[in-house]
Design a protein around this ligand. Structure first.
Ligand code: TXA
Ligand code: MG
Length: 294
């Protein structure tokens, strides 16, 4: 199913059999918990116990690219397998009209990881999702290219301060303005094993903060960057955002990585991306793709 962030591989969150089919299709380690997608805040409250901070964030950003981790309700309709046995659950209300229509028709939570094989970049078009999972899926809904292009921000609201488990489409500053400073993932990170080393990796190695490409490399450019004329004109230059707009760069990131990879370069060189706003999530995904963080 399309969402505003990336395409998801969705199944009835209450059916362990259906959820097991997701893990099989993705080749994903079974201990990785999935996000339960719901239509709205009412539906989310049937799945999770949301505290005052979670309600504030949900009211501000739902439907939209924010995932909240909170204590799971016993009869919440998200099976143990989808939660990887945890007593917490990740829940989000996606904004995409096709996802909304699907959730309202089904009237139950849908477990949906990104529709890529495990360890690969998330698909932001139906074609990319079909390249990843093709024959393994029963049906595919075309919602066009994903508007945001980066996965949702994951914030945990358990005991203690709110924690940023995964930077994403909603920025740190937007969240901190409402619930105060975000603690680092810390302990909860172990419970968010989706943040694996090389989680978003293309086949080619990445070279980050590159001023210009070397021969044989593909180059992801950012901003109005003049490419040195000495650089082999035959090499592949892909513009994340010619105007230096972080939102546009986020939306293009995964398709640009796929396009660069398809040319089988010696490496993918990436121009410096500033770390503020959406840049935090973009730099996080690039560092993971480069194998620099785990
Ligand atoms: O934008 C998105 O979030 C997309 C679209 C399809 O909605 N979905 C997505 O799902 O990125 P996935 O499975 O690729 O990433 C879910 C993240 C993982 O890092 C996972 O470990 C974390 O959420 N997560 C899920 N349940 C959790 C829990 N109970 N505690 C901590 N982390 C959890
Ligand atoms: Mg994923």
């Amino acid at each position: 199913m399309p969402t505003e962030t990336v395409y998801g591989l969705a199944a009835d969150a209450g059916s362990a059999e259906a959820v097991a089919a997701i893990f099989a299709a993705k080749g994903r380690p079974r201990f990785n918990p999935l996000i339960a997608h719901v239509a709205d805040l009412d539906a989310a409250q049937r799945v999770a116990r949301l505290d005052a901070r979670a309600l504030t964030l949900a009211e501000a950003f739902w439907p939209g690219p924010l995932t909240l981790v909170a204590p799971a309700r016993a009869e919440g309709g998200v099976c143990d397998l989808a939660r990887a046995g945890l007593d917490t659950v990740a829940v989000r209300a996606p904004a995409h009209p096709v996802a909304q229509a699907l959730l309202r028709a089904i009237e139950r939570p849908l477990a949906a990881p990104s529709a890529n094989r495990s360890g690969r970049p998330s698909p932001t078009t139906l074609g990319a999702a079909q390249d990843e999972l093709g024959a393994a899926v029963a049906a595919a809904l075309d919602g066009g290219p994903c508007r945001v292009g980066l996965e949702s921000t994951v914030v945990s609201l358990l005991d203690g301060p709110p924690r940023l488990l995964r930077p994403g489409a909603i920025t740190r500053a937007e969240i901190e303005a409402l619930v105060g400073p975000l603690a680092e993932a810390g302990q909860d990170a172990k419970r968010s094993p989706g943040r694996l080393l090389r989680h978003y990796a293309p086949a080619a190695p990445l070279r980050l903060d590159a001023k210009e490409p070397r021969p044989g490399e593909a180059f992801l450019a950012f901003g109005p960057q003049p490419i040195d004329a000495r650089f082999d004109a035959a090499a592949q230059v892909i513009h994340l955002s010619p105007t230096g707009d972080l939102g546009e760069a986020a939306a293009n990131l995964f398709s640009a990585l796929r396009a660069a990879d398809a040319g089988r370069p010696t490496a993918i060189a990436v121009a410096p991306i500033p770390g503020e706003g959406l840049g935090e999530a973009i730099r996080d995904r690039l560092a993971r793709a480069a194998g620099l963080v785990g």
